[in-house]
Design a protein around this ligand. Sequence first.
Ligand SMILES: [Zn+2]
Ligand SMILES: [Zn+2]
Length: 383
Amino acid sequence: MSTQELEIQAAVAYRSDEPFTTTTLELRAPAAHEIRVRIVATSVCHTDLMTKNKALCSFPIVLGHEGVGIVDALGEHVSGFEIGDHVVLSYDYCGHCPQCEKHKPSYCNDHGSLNFAGTRPDGSKTHRTPGSGTADVFGSFFQQSSFATYALSHASNTIKVDKALPLPLLAPLGCGVQTGAGTVFNTLQVEPDTSLAVFGCGCVGLSAIMAAKLAGARRIIAVDINKSRLETAIALGATHRILPGEIGDAAAVVDHVKSVSQTNGCHYAIDTTGVPGVLRQAFDCCGPLGVTAMIAPGVPGTEVSIEMLGLLPGKSLRGVVQGDSESKTFIPKLIDLWQQGVFPFDKLITRYNSIDSLETAAQAMASGQVIKPVVVIDPAFQE
Ligand SMILES: [Zn+2]
Ligand SMILES: [Zn+2]
C-alpha cells in the first residue's frame, strides 16, 4: 500500500479571498523518509489564516499544521514508527544545523523552507488534482498539511502518543498550546513569585497563563479587548484582568499594569497579538531586567518602535518561535500535566465534525467566537 498514491479529501485554499473548499485530491505515495498519517482531527491556528488571507503562500495549497492521526504507511527509510501508531504532528526542522544541535530546532536554518514553502525539502509537490498529470497543488505545510483526510510527515515532526489518549483533544499541542506554554517554561523560564503580563488571550496567551500559574508566578496579568476571554483567563489562572478600553490610552494601560505588578514593572511580558502598538505596551510594562517575548510578528515588513532609553535598564525583547520547544519531549510533558489535571488546555477547544466544517471553524476563530477550533475529520472520533 505504501507505494500507491491515495485519493484524499482536503479543505483546499484556492485564493486568499475564497473560503476553504473540500475537494478530492491525489496524495503522492510516501517518499523514503515520509510517514503517511490518516488524519483524525486538526485544529486551526491563526498562522493558517494569516498565510492564506495575506497570500504568504502559493495557491492552491492544503494548509493545516496542528494535525493528529494514526500512522497509515511508512516510507522505506522511516524507523521508530509502526502502522497504527497514534501521533501528534508539529513543526519540522533539519536536525543538524547549529540551532538544531543546540536543541533549539524552532530556530532551524531551514525553518522557513521546511514549514512554509509548500513543498517537500527537494522542492517537489505532494498533492495533485485528479486527472492532472503533475502535482499541481501545494502542500507540505509544516511538512503535514493537515486540513485533509491524510497527510505526509517526517519522523522529526511526528510525536507518538499513548493510544488510550483522546486523540482529537491533542491537536492544538502541535503549535498553539506548545507555543504559549513553551514561552513560559522554555524561553522565559518564569520563576516563582514573579509578575507576568500577557497581551492577547487566545490559545497561545491562555496556554501561557496556565503555564505561568504552574511556574508559580505571583501576578499574572491578562490584557485583552474581549471581556469573555478575560473571564477565561481568570478561570485558568490569571490573577488580574485588564480591558484596555476601561483604563484609557496606551500609556494609561502601561501605568496600570506596572502598578498591578507591584514590582516596579513586570519581570516578563508576552505579546501574542502581532500589533506593533501592543508589543510596545508589553515592552513598556516590563521593569529592570524584564524580558518581553514576541510571538506573533505581523506580516513581513511590520516594524515596532522602542525607545532606546527604555532598553537601558537591562531589558530585552525576544522573538519566540514555538515556545523554544522540542516537540518530541515537550508535548509528552504537556500531556502529562494535563493528565495530572493542572494544565487544562482542553478548556480552550470547540469541536467541529467533518472536514466540511473547516471554513466555519476558521471563521469562528477569526471572529473571536471560539478560542481553538478542532475539526474532527475521522467519523469514528466524531461526537
Ligand atoms: Zn536545523
Ligand atoms: Zn500555529
